[in-house]
Design a protein around this ligand. Sequence first.
Ligand SMILES: [Zn+2]
Length: 331
Amino acid sequence: MRKASITRNRILSLVAVLMLSVTVGCNQSNKLEDTSVEKSPQLQEAASTPVAQPTKIKVVTTFLPIYLFTKAVAGDAAEVEILVSPGTEVHEYQATPDNVKAIATADVLVKNGLGIEEFLADTIKNAQNSKLKQIDASTGIKPLNEISPVEKAAKTETDHDHAEGNPHVWLDPVLVKQQVTNIRDGLIAADPANKAKYEANASAYIQELENLNTEFQQTLQKTPNCTFITFHDAYPYLAQRYNLKQVAVVQIPEDQLSPTDVQNTIKTVKKYNVKALFSEPGVDNKLLTSLSQDLKLTLRTLDSLETGEKEPQYYFKAMKANLQTLETACR
Ligand SMILES: [Zn+2]
């Protein structure tokens, strides 16, 4: 039921033309009516037991990957919350009054940056929290712009301002090391008393990221220049890191693919010797399925981690599943 509504909303929001586009960003929007906003345990306690001096700082994160990395660094030393509940689309997210409240009472806010959290500027303004410290997890990361896709669009949709580059840096484990380091340094600055904990937690997570990077390198070096098509421009950092090629982003139309659209896509697939067409978890789309049949490509699933389990180890679980998918597809 939830699956169906994700798919429907996503399709409706996509441009009604199939094209090979240079869009750097995403047109997906699956705004579920998810009203389950997390309440801080501190706030709940405060209502019943008025005294309770908070001993932990309250850290608010924007969406799933940033929550996972912050939670990994914070461990039990801080309260970590998420603004965009998993299952809700981040790209075109609209803030709720509870989001404003969460920021109003937070000590620290952690964001991915690079323009993905479009809802944030106004939400922070409305929260009027002059003590709020902000951590931009992507500080120091050089964003990619048009590395992918290489195929030019017949018609370019410009519903997004991509001045800040492609935001999907969390899908490259090496860049995540930088994000974790930024989060660690920001938490230490806000809460020096727990410096040792933040350092130890960050270093353990960074070690796991290094192991993951090695695993990706060793596996994918066997199939260099593996070329793929996706409908969500989420993988240029991953592709650049491991010598893959995301050549085109296929935008899913609302109803029918025209024979010309299909022919153009088939031409691209032949030209670049495309090995794979990737969908995402929770997306069950008839057009993608029929396109994959027309293209004689197996439709596989890559996880962009914009939704998933709220547990720091989920990053490794999902990325290892992605690696397995890539290995199979690129063979
Ligand atoms: Zn995305």
